[in-house]
Ligand binder design. Structure first.
Ligand code: AMP
Length: 146
């Protein structure tokens, strides 16, 4: 029996994303599992809404379009079809959990920067995904080697 059947790989579209999806692919092919990709766009209003009284909808649409194109290109170069690509507006950890549940994923793969000091105290997306996930989470070490 396969250990994992549906793997959700979360990417921030940075250059680290290739490493994260590579690990997801390696596990998917060993387990003959389905692989899905998710990118979450954080609404500008979450960051600035209360402080700056302006309409962000135009810029937000532009960000959405750009991110969708980037995700499509990234997915195509990694052999992932449109039905397996998810682009969602919200908070990354919340939407990654919700999508994993919706899809019935049994593994979430995220990148992790191995932070130190203040950055460690402030937490990370990988940390947020790990806490509260109802399935396994693999944190792939990304970023500079020390
Ligand atoms: P961070 O902790 O924000 O540096 O991000 C580490 C990892 O969390 C990334 O490599 C991705 O796997 C995931 N991640 C961060 N931001 C997003 C996002 N907006 N959408 C999907 N995954 C994300």
């Amino acid at each position: 029996m396969s250990e994992y059947t549906k793997i959700l790989v979360a990417i921030d579209l940075s250059e680290d994303s290739s490493r994260v999806v590579e690990r997801g692919h390696a596990i998917a092919s060993k387990n003959n599992a389905d692989l899905h990709l998710i990118h979450v766009i954080e609404p500008l209003s979450f960051a600035y809404g209360g402080d700056i009284p302006m309409d962000f909808s135009g810029i937000q649409d532009e960000i959405h379009q750009q991110a969708t194109q980037q995700l499509e290109r990234f997915a195509a170069s990694n052999g992932i079809d449109a039905q397996h690509q998810h682009i969602i507006l919200g908070r990354p950890e919340v939407e990654i959990h919700a999508t994993a549940e919706e899809l019935g994923s049994d593994l979430i793969v995220v990148g992790s920067h191995g932070r130190h000091g203040l950055a460690l105290l402030m937490g990370s997306t990988a940390n947020g995904v790990l806490h509260g996930a109802s399935c396994d989470v693999l944190a792939v070490r990304v970023g500079k080697k020390e």
